[in-house]
Design a protein around this ligand. Structure first.
Ligand SMILES: Cc1cc2c(cc1C)N(C[C@H](O)[C@H](O)[C@H](O)COP(=O)(O)O)c1[nH]c(=O)[nH]c(=O)c1N2
Length: 248
């Protein structure tokens, strides 16, 4: 690429723009639908490149990616999940425990690939542009890499499931991650039978998607009715999304 030529700041062509929104709107957290089919190195490579091109504070790129295929390693993580899952059930009100226990909340063993995305908080030295006053920004940057990978996977027809029900220290040890590196996200990745049309927790009646208009404030927190035009647009678009239609 000629570095002196600037890219025009135009919308993507319609079909590509629609594709971006479709990937965002139909991305799902996948747990129970993994297929054992292999994922090609090309495809996995694209996911990792997409993740590596995420934004990061001070261009820190604090992430690394542990690609896990070994059954023994996966088993250790799965054991950590089972322990934490049993503990977690008891933290919910009694009336919700049976529902909690009935939810499928991981696909560690079934997914052909697991990926742990980490954060090296020292990667760019002690003083980082943008992290000087808000230390957690490096962790947020690794999460940006997660989301890039998740959306790229959707575009590729793959599923991704984030598992966070375990003691992170057990996972650290299972993967030999050094003490100073933070395991940020443990992802199950692979081909899937299908995508659920809605978040599974929504379909199970655990929680509903919140009305977006209640989450938008204008100039000051609590000032929520100042822009009827935008609120109307949000309602229409959310209606379309709920009906399973394309946003664009
Ligand atoms: C930080 C974080 C951590 C987790 C999750 C997500 C995120 C962002 N999610 C997935 C989560 O349940 C899911 O995203 C929501 O229910 C919404 O569903 P969709 O992602 O839209 O399908 C998730 N799911 C699960 O089954 N087990 C888990 O441990 C976790 N952990």
């Amino acid at each position: 690429m000629d570095e002196s030529v600037k890219l025009p700041a135009l919308p993507l062509p319609d079909a590509e723009r629609a594709g971006v929104y479709r990937a965002i709107m139909t991305r799902r957290d996948t747990r129970g639908e993994f297929l054992p089919d292999p994922v090609s190195d090309e495809t996995l490579g694209r996911l990792l490149v997409a993740a590596h091109h995420a934004p990061s504070v001070g261009f820190m790129q604090p992430w690394s990616f542990v690609v896990i295929r070994g059954q023994e390693t996966k088993q250790r993580v799965h054991d950590a999940f089972l322990k934490a899952h049993a503990e977690a059930a008891l933290m919910f009100p009694e009336a919700k425990r049976d529902t909690y226990r009935s939810l499928k909340l991981e696909g560690i063993m079934e997914a052909p690939i697991n990926i742990c995305i980490t954060c090296d908080r020292d990667r760019a030295g002690p003083v980082v542009i943008g992290r000087t006053h808000i230390p957690a920004m490096d962790l947020f940057s690794s999460v940006c890499a997660v989301q890039n990978l998740w959306l790229a996977a959707r575009a590729e027809g793959l599923g991704v499931g984030w598992v966070s029900i375990f003691d992170n220290e057990v996972v650290r040890r299972a993967l030999d991650i050094p003490e100073r590196i933070v395991p940020v996200a443990y992802l199950c990745v692979g081909k899937v039978k299908f995508y659920h049309p809605k978040p599974e927790l929504e379909a199970a009646g655990w929680r509903e998607r919140l009305p977006l208009e209640q989450l938008v404030h204008f100039d000051h927190w609590g000032r929520q009715d100042a822009e009827p035009g935008l609120l109307g647009a949000l309602r229409d678009l959310e209606g379309k999304a709920r009906a399973g239609g394309d946003l664009f």
